[in-house]
Design a protein around this ligand. Structure first.
Ligand SMILES: NC(=O)c1ccc[n+]([C@@H]2O[C@H](COP(=O)([O-])OP(=O)(O)OC[C@H]3O[C@@H](n4cnc5c(N)ncnc54)[C@H](O)[C@@H]3O)[C@@H](O)[C@H]2O)c1
Length: 256
């Protein structure tokens, strides 16, 4: 029970396949009070889902490319739950055409959209949480990223660039947050079949390659990513900040 007595906010639960859902379940199993946020269109599904982890609250957080939506959602959470010990950012989006076409065809609008939703939103969320003084002493923030930030992966395109910015933001945020004793880290999760992943061209062949080449010869599960998230929320990781941890069965360390 490494999260006993802690309160964590899990942003980005959409359905039972969401990686954020794995994080919510792991945090619950480790003794945390869990607060989930989701988009308006998935509220009914998520409300049904959280019945599996009693005591969990759900809030709608509208489009995170609008500051007022983040503000409203965090304000509501603060009002009802007070200070929190952990926050997960599991939010990303790119326009379908930018994941289907060659990267060179990425539009200015598509580039800005992917960056805004998938990367800048982390900065805005963390800043507002700090301004609202809703982070408890030693609070830990986690964001999900992917190997497509480090290597050119067919079909990941503009999202790879957004994740590279997200990872750099984590390093810069660690300096600002460290002043107050808060931590922030990224988890670079191996590929997992989720609704978002369906938008990526030939996603199933990416899963096959991982199975073939990763040292552990299998794909990761949302439980494994969730358990690592719980570790990063916990005091067991108190000296880790600004880091990107690969939870990918070792795929990223293999050359030829
Ligand atoms: N699935 C993978 O293979 C994989 C691998 C590594 C990292 N990730 C990352 O994990 C995170 C969660 O993705 P997932 O794969 O579980 O998919 P998912 O579709 O279950 O979750 C994506 C979430 O992003 C939210 N979202 C999208 N646009 C939004 C916006 N404008 N405003 C507010 N919320 C918005 C959706 O509502 C959803 O809850 C993402 O950051 C994703 O990039 C996924």
């Amino acid at each position: 029970m490494i999260l006993k007595g802690k309160k964590v906010v899990i942003m980005g639960v959409r359905n039972k396949w969401s990686i954020a859902w794995g994080a919510a379940k792991s945090a619950y199993e480790q003794g945390a009070e869990v607060i989930c946020t989701c988009s308006e269109d998935s509220i009914e599904k998520v409300q049904e889902l959280v019945k599996e982890i009693p005591g969990t609250s759900v809030y709608v957080c509208g489009d995170v490319s609008k500051d007022e939506n983040i503000d409203k959602c965090l304000e509501e959470i603060k009002k009802n739950h007070g200070k929190i010990d952990g926050l997960l950012h599991a939010i990303a989006h790119a326009n379908t055409e930018d994941l289907r076409n060659d990267f060179i065809l990425t539009s200015r609008e598509g580039y800005a959209h992917a960056q805004d939703v998938s990367s800048y939103s982390l900065i805005a969320i963390v800043r507002m949480a700090r301004e609202k003084e809703m982070l408890n002493e030693g609070a830990s923030i986690v964001a999900y990223t992917y190997y497509g930030s480090e290597k050119a992966i067919v079909g990941y395109n503009v999202m790879g660039v957004a994740k590279a910015a997200l990872e750099a933001s984590i390093r810069y945020l660690s300096k600002d947050l460290g002043v107050d004793g808060y931590r922030i880290n990224g988890i670079s999760a191996g590929p997992i079949k989720t609704l978002s992943a369906k938008g990526i061209k030939d996603f199933s062949s990416i899963l096959d390659v991982v199975e073939e080449r990763a040292p552990l010869h299998r794909n990761v599960t949302i439980k494994e990513v969730g358990d690592s998230t719980a570790f990063l929320f916990s005091n067991m990781s108190s000296a880790i900040t600004g880091e990107i941890i690969h939870v990918d069965n070792g795929f990223s360390v293999v050359g030829v």
